[in-house]
Design a protein around this ligand. Structure first.
Ligand code: G1P
Length: 297
């Protein structure tokens, strides 16, 4: 193990890359960022923010793009709405509203001006994060679990230090959609990562363990990203820079055991809506009846 517990630096900041065009959600994404589409009644982006908050994140860095300004508005206060709800004694709605706000001074917004890939989007957050380890959450991946994926990763990180990546198993036919890791020995509730490859062909994949969109990274990644050449899909790939960082630093994987919905695809987004509405007290019974009725037809 590379880093003893006492030298592990805390993770205070998280980056949320939200610059993607969302072409799979046209025509809605012409004017509504895909991160603002709702799973039941909460925008996709808020699931990731809540997960980060639960894991103790104090500062939220959004890497946005043109047409994404509404994300900044969303996390702001809405004094008129608040006043109206207060006057009407809508306490439950008021607490929902409060949950959706981020405190003054705890957010930063910067733009990825050109669509050069995930690695480039993360690099755009370098000055805001500065020289400290940070979390990275890809908001398309909406997760359902008793304990958030990032919280579980923090537990491993607090013992191992270094870099920690969330992973899950996928169908071997789907490895070419994801970053895939080569798992090594087990450590501290996780395992060492021996290799990584972005979107490999089925025959070249070192395993079926895919990177699920949650990362704890050391700040040295930024320099590597700044120098990283375009890779798969002619984009600057985070996985390629992580592979280079792995020559100098340790990488660990944490297997996430909850459910993940890839809300970057229509099917995943619909599945998330069904699953979350079934799991909620306010909608569960009714939605179950409706789905059962539809299935009979
Ligand atoms: C990105 C990462 C990939 C990861 C995936 C998870 O790919 O590059 O390693 O497995 O997110 O969603 P993208 O979905 O942006 O193509």
């Amino acid at each position: 193990m590379s880093a003893p517990a006492h030298s592990v630096r805390p993770i205070r900041k998280a980056i949320f890359p939200v610059a993607g065009l969302g072409t799979r959600f046209l025509p809605a994404s012409k004017t509504v960022p895909k991160e603002m589409l709702t799973v039941v009644d909460m925008p996709v982006i808020q699931y990731a923010v809540n997960e980060a908050r639960e894991a103790g994140i104090e500062h939220f860095v959004f890497v946005t793009g043109r047409n994404k300004a509404v994300i900044e508005d969303y996390f702001d206060l809405q004094p008129e709405l608040q006043e109206t709800l207060e006057n009407r004694n809508k306490t439950e709605m008021l607490s929902v509203l409060k949950q959706s706000q981020l405190a003054a001074g705890t957010t930063s917004f910067t733009r990825q001006q050109e669509p050069l890939g995930l690695g480039h989007a993360v690099w755009c957050g370098r000055e805001i994060v500065g020289n400290e380890p940070f979390a990275l959450l890809l908001p398309d991946m909406v997760m359902m679990a008793e304990k958030g994926c990032l919280s579980s990763m923090m537990e491993v990180y607090n013992q191992t230090g270094g870099n920690v990546i969330g992973v899950e198993e996928c169908d071997p036919d789907e490895v070419s959609n994801y970053g895939i890791v080569a798992p090594g020995d087990e450590v501290a509730g996780g395992f060492e990562i021996k290799g990584m490859v972005e979107k490999p062909a089925k025959n070249d994949a070192p395993s079926n363990m895919y990177i699920n969109g949650r990362y704890i990274l050391q700040p040295e990644i930024f320099d590597l990203l700044g120098k990283q050449k375009a890779g798969t899909g002619n984009e600057i790939q985070l996985t390629d820079a992580m592979l280079r960082l792995a020559n100098e630093q340790s990488f660990y994987g944490t297997k996430f055991t909850g459910r993940t919905f890839d809300c970057g695809s229509k099917e995943g987004f619909i599945a998330a809506n069904v699953a979350f509405s079934l799991s909620r007290d306010d909608t569960g019974t009714l939605v179950r009846d409706i789905i059962e009725g539809l299935m009979k037809k």
